[in-house]
Design a protein around this ligand. Structure first.
Ligand code: SF4
Length: 160
């Protein structure tokens, strides 16, 4: 039995299957909370054919109810704070929050502070930080793939 288990582990590594309990895909719900659209441009590039993040199991979804990751761009404006929190509340557990770009991380903010509710971290527990102004498509993809083990689910007996 032990030998079979070791062989199964080697096989998983050989064909790059995720470890038991680690998801092989992430569904992303993007919320633009007040960005200049630079981060959106690079996010769109990450999904476009050259980088094609879908081949790694990353996909954009239209509803937070179907999402694993809430992907935030821009510093959160006061008007967007409510919709952002509503999107987070609609997500099923387990869920992750990603702050994409310096604005979402509260770095080098150039807008009027009176209009801002703050960086994403002031409103939600941020699990994934993707710095840059804007971060490159490959940095976005790498950060999201690195976060997959954070979304562990309980292991069923037949997967152990
Ligand atoms: S981090 Fe840079 S590119 Fe992204 S929204 Fe802010 S100013 Fe625009």
């Amino acid at each position: 039995m032990y030998v079979m288990y070791k062989r199964l582990q080697q096989l998983r590594r050989g064909i790059a299957l995720p470890a038991p309990g680690v998801p092989g895909s992430l569904a992303l719900r993007h919320v633009d909370c007040g960005s200049c659209n630079g981060c959106e441009h690079e996010l769109a590039n990450a999904a476009a054919p050259h980088y094609d993040f879908g081949r790694y199991g990353l996909s954009m979804v239209a509803s937070p109810r179907h999402a694993d990751v809430l992907l935030i761009t821009g510093t959160v404006t006061r008007r967007m704070a409510g919709p952002l929190l509503a999107a987070y509340e609609a997500m099923p557990e387990p869920r992750l929050v990603a702050a994409l770009g310096n604005c979402a991380l509260g770095v080098d903010v150039i807008a009027n502070p009176d209009e801002l509710a703050g960086p994403a971290e002031d409103l939600l527990p941020v699990d994934i930080r993707i710095p840059g102004c804007p971060p490159s498509p490959s940095e976005i993809v790498e950060a999201l793939l690195d976060a997959m083990p954070l979304l562990r689910r309980p292991i069923r007996k037949d997967e152990a």
